[in-house]
Design a protein around this ligand. Structure first.
Ligand code: GDP
Ligand code: MG
Length: 217
């Protein structure tokens, strides 16, 4: 772990080139938070299966999905996506998962103003846990395809996101708008923050291998 092979004397050029083509693979646990029916499960199913259904079963407790993507040509990220239920009775499960996650999506329904209040309340309730984990969140205005029923404008949502200190993105699982992109932005932002933190602690890129990534052959 953390070996500085590229500067070792006696390492052949061929070997250096082969190793430089290897990839980091990181595993980031992330969470989807939001009121019931805002579309969290639909977002994950569009991401992982490329499907959309009008008649989804309610999520009970927490489900988790895996999605692999590349944030740069040399960094591959395995996202563990935790899909939570919005109901209060399942909130304790969400709290326990929060301690391990690195970030997530705060999802509200653009056609339901109340769902935006849910995000604010959720943040207030969990801010002590979040302060400890230094997570990266993105505010997501979902169901952007329903433009005629919209209750929250892009300007208003951007304003709220700025207040919360997070980015804002609009998505639709129905017409597949920004679903891949929002996870790519999330994974890239986490990768960037992990890299910065580890470089500060370890004094360089090689420390990265000690978080949890391994080299791929
Ligand atoms: P969850 O409770 O937050 O997991 O929400 P679901 O994913 O179960 O979705 C609740 C309802 O909203 C379902 O009827 C979905 O078909 C619908 N839905 C989800 N995403 C979208 C979307 O992008 N556009 C539209 N029009 N409906 C959506
Ligand atoms: Mg669900």
């Amino acid at each position: 772990m953390g070996q500085s092979w590229s500067t070792q004397p006696g390492v052949s050029k061929h070997r250096v080139r082969r190793r430089s083509l290897r990839k980091f693979i990181w595993q980031f646990p992330v969470i989807l938070v939001g009121d019931s029916t805002v579309g969290k499960t639909s977002i994950v199913l569009r991401l992982t299966e490329g499907t959309f259904r009008e008649d989804l079963q309610k999520t009970i407790g927490v489900d988790y999905y895996i999605h692999v993507l590349e944030t740069t040509p040399t960094v591959r990220v395995k996202l563990q996506v935790w899909d939570t239920a919005g109901e209060k009775e399942h909130r304790t499960i969400t709290q326990s998962h929060l301690r391990t996650i690195l970030g997530g999506l705060l999802v509200f329904d653009l056609t339901n103003r109340q769902s935006l209040d849910y995000i604010r309340n959720w943040l207030v309730e969990t801010c002590t846990v979040l302060d400890q984990c230094k997570c990266i969140f993105i505010l997501v205005g979902h169901k952007s395809d329903l433009s005629a029923e919209r209750q929250i404008s892009q300007e208003e949502a951007e304003h709220i996101a700025a207040d919360l200190g997070v980015r804002y993105i609009e998505t639709s699982a129905k017409d597949d708008t920004n679903i891949q992109d929002v996870f790519l932005i999330l994974a890239s932002s986490i990768a960037e923050s992990v890299k910065t933190e580890v470089s500060e602690v370890k004094g360089g890129m090689h420390g990265l291998t000690e978080i949890n990534p391994v080299f791929l052959k």
